[in-house]
Ligand binder design. Structure first.
Ligand code: DOR
Length: 438
């Protein structure tokens, strides 16, 4: 989706270690005309080339976020396609999947086209996720075929789950014929209704109505059954509980076509972080127990969970400046995801990058095998969407320094390891030395 921008000038990425799905090797990378021209040792800079220092760094395919709220149209005070893509670039992402819970929602070809038009000038590729149902109301199927004709490969009512099993079954049958993936925000409203945080010992202690893990798990179980029945792939958004991970593990062992993602806050934070009633820690699904966090980490390590996705959910300060139960759920994610994964997961860097790049690229249909330009490998001729990561640099999160239009990060003051040094999008250095270039 989208159209490649005008070919950028030549760039030499010098002195790094290339890490992609095929392995790792010390190599310089020459980029010109939006593509990788050469990968090898001691390459010479083409005349006039911009030389980017990658000493001590790894050079990877650009990261791909399966779950970004860009807020346009309707929520421009929190984020726009332009500012969200700038935040993506700073976080090392060269592609994002934009969620359809905008105002109005992205539930028609016209709405999808408008976002794709805005994305033409952005610093990352924007793939749009279309709504499954009209207005995201869970009742009537949206015109998925006309959105698929524009290149939409993922459909979801994210922000809400499709409550009716019958509607979801029809969506899967229709989606299967279109060759698309349905992504589910698993939350049974009748179990979650009225809750603001994870239901457990902390919610009892704090007197905040809880959202039980069960609200997620019953829909995961239901949709595994529906995916098995219809044969259409279901992607589970932001899994947050130990039982959800177990259900997906067993479904995969049974050959059911499912994939799953987890968000950084579901492995980096727990429900105990809500103890000060600060709405910056309010998110949906909610921050869960330490036991759940440990299961998410195991699921990411053993491949049960295919990808890390940010659920980047910008909100303006005035909306988060409300009592906990009244504030909207959601937290920023794009600019901290990679660093949190490096800092918290204890996994080899190549595995972390796989969870953030080539595996989500394949799920979104943005990988080279699907005709896209994301996820690598970093070889001559491939599209020059690259991320240069310093894996040992440390930095402290400062909300006022974020590229996002919003400030609702729960990691303010936290020192993280691993930082994006440069990002190249279609050959253009859009981030240099951790600074956005436009
Ligand atoms: O915390 C959340 N915020 N969860 C969602 O599902 C929606 C998102 C938003 O759009 O703010």
């Amino acid at each position: 989706m989208g159209e490649p921008a005008a070919a950028a000038g030549a760039v030499l990425v010098q002195g790094g270690t290339v890490v992609d799905a095929t392995g790792e090797r010390r190599a310089d990378v020459v980029v010109a005309g939006g593509r990788v021209q050469a990968v090898g040792l001691d390459l010479t800079a083409p005349p006039g080339a911009h030389v980017l220092d990658a000493g001590g760094c790894v050079v990877t395919p650009g990261l791909v976020d399966l779950h970004t709220h860009l807020r346009e149209p309707g929520g421009e005070e929190s984020e726009t396609v332009e500012t969200g893509c700038r935040a993506a670039s700073v976080g090392g992402f060269t592609a994002v999947v934009a969620m359809p819970n905008t105002d109005p929602p992205l539930d028609s070809a016209a709405a999808v086209r408008a976002v794709l038009d805005l994305a033409r000038a952005a610093t990352a590729e924007v793939a749009v996720a279309g709504a499954i149902t009209v207005g995201r109301r869970g009742e009537r199927l949206a015109p998925m075929a006309e959105m698929a004709a524009l290149g939409v490969r993922i459909f979801t009512d994210d922000g809400a789950g499709v409550q009716s099993a019958g509607v979801m079954r029809r969506a899967l049958e229709y989606g299967g014929a279109l060759g698309v993936t349905l992504a589910q925000h698993c939350e049974d409203a009748s179990l979650a209704g009225g809750g603001s945080m994870h239901e457990g010992s902390w919610s009892s202690r704090l007197g905040v109505p809880g959202i039980p893990g069960l609200a997620e798990e019953v829909m995961v179980a239901r949709d595994i059954a529906l995916a098995g029945h219809t044969g259409t792939r279901v992607h589970f958004l932001h899994l947050s509980t130990a039982r959800s991970v177990d259900l997906v593990r067993r479904a995969k062992a049974d050959g059911v076509p499912v994939t799953a993602e987890a968000a950084p806050h579901h492995f980096a934070l727990t429900d105990s972080d809500v103890s000060g009633y600060d709405p910056v820690f309010k998110v949906n699904p909610p921050l869960r127990s330490q036991h759940d966090v440990e299961a998410i980490v195991v699921g990411l390590a053993d491949g049960t969970i295919d990808a890390i996705a940010t659920d980047h959910a910008p909100h303006p300060p005035e909306s988060k400046d409300l009592p906990f139960d009244q504030a909207p759920p959601g937290m920023l994610g794009l600019e901290t995801a990679l660093s949190l994964a490096i800092t918290e997961l204890g996994l080899p860097l190549r595995q972390v990058v796989g969870l953030l790049s080539w595996r989500p690229a394949a799920i979104a249909g943005l990988d080279v095998a699907s005709g896209g330009e994301q996820g690598g490998p970093v070889v001559a001729g491939s599209p020059a969407n690259l991320c240069v990561i310093d894996p040992v640099a440390t930095w402290t999160v400062d909300p006022s320094a974020l590229a996002s239009r919003s400030r609702n990060t729960p990691y303010a003051g936290r020192t993280l390891t691993g930082r994006v040094r440069h990002t190249l999008f279609r050959g253009e250095p859009v981030v240099v030395d951790a600074v956005a270039q436009r």
